[in-house]
Design a protein around this ligand. Structure first.
Ligand code: NAP
Ligand code: 8YV
Length: 324
């Protein structure tokens, strides 16, 4: 251990660039999972920062008496008990903005793939079926004439809206608070939004407030021509209700990048021809993940150096490092 370097704990897997920078710039401790029993009390007392992409609950936070910051790899930080961290004076940071355009690009790609069946059409070509059977069947769905509802018009939701506006599609949205900087029609409830549109894009954070918010009633409100795109957190969708709605064609199709129990995807979902599935890749380019990694490590360096965190989560925005 170097007396001048802060000790950073990495519990579980993390992006390689985060690990390399933490190992170069701090004293790093890497453990297999967020299990405090893997460390003795003396080692736990040395830890002043955590860099993580896994669940960090209150018990784990309390196991580190000198913890000052948890830097979460990802803008979504539903896995971190940020409220508890704030009560302990522990800063929590996330990675907003640097991934918004990448995730919005993916949302548009997933929407097109879901509606126009491009992955299936490519599989058809590669299987030699174009030669053997002729043209791929016309798609029953199109983006033309659709009305889009965005559940969660935050940084990423707005980036999606701007893209789809350029596609000539009307946009509606639901958030708890109406935005005063956009002209899109706002709905004060998710049910009202689902009723007004035929294409619902879900990009709200995970957590108790949005748990299974997209349920059978919402899917029925979307209707038989309805398309659901889920790119926020899998916990927001009632997957059993979605599987039933897709199987019974009470909605037309769904495109999902996130799931309730990743990396496990229900077999019933995989068996459905009208589901288009991605393995949580919305931000997964080297350049965007590098930018996220740098923000994780730069947040650690700033806070542990007595400077303000670069991207504190709202629960911790009031913490002042200089008073420690
Ligand atoms: P953000 O800027 O904080 O936007 C979140 C939006 O959701 C806000 O408009 C917020 O508005 C709304 N919202 C939050 N809770 C709500 C509720 N209970 N009911 C209705 N609306 C609610 O976050 P962001 O940067 O756009 O990221 C959004 C989420 O995307 C992240 O939290 C993460 O889970 C997910 N994500 C996924 C991937 C991926 O790889 N698939 C990548 C990046 C992010 P109000 O506060 O006014 O309600
Ligand atoms: C990452 C994400 O895949 O930022 C988020 O909230 O879901 C994605 O960008 C994830 O955080 C990696 O752990």
């Amino acid at each position: 251990m170097n007396a001048n370097k802060a000790t950073i704990l990495i519990p579980g897997r993390i992006n390689q660039r985060v690990r390399e920078r933490v190992e170069a710039e701090f004293d790093a401790i890497v453990i297999g999972s967020a299990d405090a029993a893997l460390l003795d009390a003396e080692t736990r007392a040395q830890v002043s920062g955590i860099a993580s992409a896994t669940t960090i609950d209150a018990g784990f936070i309390d196991a580190f008496p000198n913890l000052a910051i948890i830097a979460n790899f990802g803008v979504g930080y539903d896995v971190v008990d940020a409220r508890h961290a704030a009560t302990r004076g522990v800063m929590v940071t996330n990675t907003p903005d640097v991934l918004s355009d990448e995730v919005a690009d993916t949302a548009v790609g997933l929407l097109l793939n879901t509606v126009r069946e491009f992955p299936k059409a490519e599989t058809y070509l590669r299987a030699g079926r174009w030669v053997a059977e002729g043209a791929y069947p016309l798609t029953s769905l199109t983006l033309r004439g659709r009305t889009v509802g965005i559940f969660g018009l935050g940084r990423i939701g707005l980036a999606i809206a701007r893209r789809l506006e350029a596609f000539g599609l009307p946009i509606h949205y639901h958030t708890r608070t109406k935005r005063d900087d956009v002209d899109y029609p706002w709905h004060d409830g998710l049910a009202g939004l689902a009723k007004a549109v035929d294409t619902l894009i879900v990009v709200v954070p995970g957590g108790a407030a949005t748990e299974k918010a997209v349920n059978a009633g919402i899917l029925d409100a979307l209707g038989p021509q309805g398309v659901l795109i889920s790119i926020g957190r899998g916990s927001t969708i009632d997957e059993d209700a979605l599987i039933a709605a897709l199987a019974e064609r009470r909605i037309a199709a769904a495109g999902l990048d996130v799931f309730a129990d990743e990396p496990n995807v229900p077999q019933a979902l995989m068996d459905l021809p009208n589901a288009c599935l991605l393995p949580h890749v919305a931000s997964a380019s080297v350049s965007t993940r590098n930018a996220m990694a740098d923000l994780v490590v730069d947040n650690l360096a700033a806070w542990l150096d007595g400077r303000p965190a670069i991207t504190p989560v709202p629960e911790c925005a009031g913490l002042d490092r200089s008073k420690d």
